[in-house]
Design a protein around this ligand. Sequence first.
Ligand code: GSH
Length: 215
Amino acid sequence: MFKLYSYFRSSASFRVRIALALKGLPYETVPVHLLRDGGQQFSDDYRALNPDALVPTLLDGDHALVQSMAIVEYLDETHPQPPLLPGNALDRAHVRGLAQSIACDIHPLNNLRVLKYLKHKLGVSDDAKDAWYRHWVEQGFASLETTLTRGGKAGRFCFGDTPTLADICLVPQVFNAQRFQVDLQAYPTIARIFDACMEEPAFQQAAPKAQPDAE
Ligand SMILES: N[C@@H](CCC(=O)N[C@@H](CS)C(=O)NCC(=O)O)C(=O)O
């Protein structure tokens, strides 16, 4: 069985949890508390698995897989049903583009270690740190909203009527945005797709509050 090193609130872990749930793959959760003990991701044992000291890590047998996007694509290649990417190259590029707008251009700027650096090393106030957070989410969501509304590719979900890698990235980012009081009214398509995703059992099972380490 897979082992997923995960933190309930981690959006990158959430992506992998959604993919596992969509594919109906059983796994054991190994909680890594990102704040407790100075951050359990920095322990020697965890760093031996994941030198980046970031969650998630997926153990498949003896193989420790890192980086949520690589893990999701690995799961998709090894367990093709239901597919998380479309069948033709142009559509795949579109879906990966949506996903990477979130995973590469929004999420890394707002990661815990970045926020900690702003606060503790650069002396930024909590208000300024939260403004930083919202700025990058709002800028990213504005362009994502535009991409989702043109070209007629979005359906019930980001691409068509079944969840893809794009939805897997979108939903955790919306959860994070809500924690930082980002107003979703400006992004009606994102809000609509988020609601559609959250009607799906796989997204519900993967949500932070459903995790064994939820607080
Ligand atoms: N690109 C990585 C990002 C992983 C990541 O940033 N994980 C966050 C939680 S969402 C983390 O472990 N943060 C710990 C820290 O910043 O110290 C991935 O997609 O797996």
